[in-house]
Design a protein around this ligand. Structure first.
Ligand SMILES: Cc1cc2nc3c(=O)[nH]c(=O)nc-3n(C[C@H](O)[C@H](O)[C@H](O)COP(=O)(O)OP(=O)(O)OC[C@H]3O[C@@H](n4cnc5c(N)ncnc54)[C@H](O)[C@@H]3O)c2cc1C
Length: 390
């Protein structure tokens, strides 16, 4: 049996960060991954340019059943720490929008950074490693792979969430947590496009390709000012992806198409104009036509609207309601909500409270960030804090 100090399962963002840090402390570290490439999700992230962090990282940008849980790790290894590492490796990057930092060239730069850090720290990475079984062995663990029997003092689970099963996502981490008696919260797709209800298809499908700035709002009042994109299957775009993480089946989402008061002002300024003509100057024409076709608005000269009609139209434009049929699911989701319950883990070290020397880092746990580099920052921060102690 090969003995290691630390075995990390998952050569993704969190696993590699943790492995490099533990290696720097002189620990003998082995990273196992069943895939044939390192960091596959990193490579396809950010449209191939990896949105690796965000200038505005703060705990409020994370969904977790315990909102305080993320504070410690995010404070100990910040976006500035990761940016310093990116600078150290000479990787060119830029801010795209809303503090989101992307590589100028390729996401491969971030994978190369992690691999270089692991190499310097003497970490061994084994790909195509199928893990058959994990058991307790004294204070540590025995890990059986298809080829080898391994043992370790500390076991780190960094197998990520369920999104994109095509590139190797599995529920391995959840099953392992359950095997050791840890609670796993129900999972669902997050940062994911919505599909339409059958009754909306006829009027909304023709809008495919239309995009506009909106404020999307979930039923719990969380709001995101970003763009909405109509697609041939439903609605997408950053505003939708963001709000999808706050959406539960059966709920509505509202889109502010125009700020409240816009129409009232238009009545005062252009009383003779038809609603349709005025609106087509403010919003994409095809959307205006769809709102009329759906009977959500009627068009006539603005001065002919009664106060009640005006208020109703104003309300609709300020909070256009849509009840999605569902989401596109894990096939296209960027993240998985839910996962290993953070109540089971130390927020300082990511160690399982009731199973000594077992750690969970990254997306496998019930921590999900907003769109915009927040999820990678969680992988870096949680991986780094565990790397200091495993
Ligand atoms: C298309 C897409 C684009 C994204 N873009 C961004 C972005 O730009 N910015 C951002 O912040 N976030 C982005 N994300 C989210 C981000 O990729 C994840 O939150 C992050 O990768 C999580 O890191 P992790 O280390 O926890 O898991 P992962 O990076 O998913 O790594 C998990 C690793 O575990 C391995 N594994 C899984 N099961 C097993 C098993 N049974 N045995 C062995 N190994 C296993 C996998 O092969 C994988 O290598 C994106 C996600 C997707 C799907």
């Amino acid at each position: 049996m090969q003995a290691w100090d630390v075995i990390v399962i998952g050569a993704g963002a969190a696993g590699l960060m943790c492995a490099a840090e533990a290696g720097k402390r002189g620990r003998r570290v082995l990273v196992l991954d069943h895939g044939k490439r390192i960091g596959r999700k990193i490579l396809m992230s950010g449209g191939g340019r990896c949105n690796f962090t965000n200038y505005h990282v703060e705990p409020g940008a994370y969904l977790c059943s315990n909102p305080h849980f993320v504070k410690s790790a995010l404070a100990r290894y910040t976006q500035w720490d990761f940016i310093a590492l990116v600078d150290k490796h000479g990787i060119p990057y830029h801010e795209k929008t809303l503090g989101q930092l992307f590589c100028d060239d390729s996401a491969q730069d971030i994978v190369d950074l992690l691999v270089a850090e692991c190499e310097t720290a003497g970490v061994t990475i084994r790909l195509r490693a199928e893990i058959l079984d994990v058991d307790r062995l004294g204070d540590g663990f025995r890990v059986a792979t298809a080829g080898d029997e391994l043992s370790c003092q500390s076991l780190v689970v960094a197998t990520g969430g369920l999104s994109m099963p095509k590139i190797g996502a599995t529920p391995f981490g959840y099953r392992l947590a359950e095997q050791f008696g840890l609670k796993v919260l129900p999972t669902r797709a997050g940062l994911v496009p919505f599909t339409l209800q059958p009754e909306d298809k006829q009027t909304l499908e023709p809008l495919s390709g239309v995009s506009l700035p909106v404020v999307a709002e979930s039923e719990d009042g969380t709001r995101f000012a970003e763009s909405l994109l109509f697609t041939h299957r439903g609605v997408s775009g950053p505003a939708v992806l963001q709000v999808s993480s706050y959406w539960q089946a059966g709920e509505r989402v509202c889109f502010e198409l125009l700020p409240a008061g816009s129409l009232t002002q238009a009545v005062a300024e252009s009383p003779n104009q038809e609603l349709k003509t005025w609106l087509s100057r403010q919003l994409p024409k095809r959307l205006v036509e769809a709102l009329l076709a759906r009977g959500e608005l009627t068009s006539k000269p603005l001065k002919q609207y009664t106060a009640k009609e005006l208020a109703a139209a104003e309300r609709l434009l300020a909070a256009w309601p849509l009840q999605p049929g569902g989401t596109e699911g894990y096939r296209t989701a960027e993240v998985t909500l839910g996962g290993v319950d953070t109540d089971e883990l130390s927020s300082k070290t990511m160690a399982a409270k009731k199973v000594p020397n077992l750690y969970f880092i990254g997306e496998v746990m019930d921590v999900t960030g907003w769109l915009g580099g927040y999820n990678f920052q969680w992988a870096w921060s949680s991986g780094w804090v565990a790397g200091q102690v495993v």
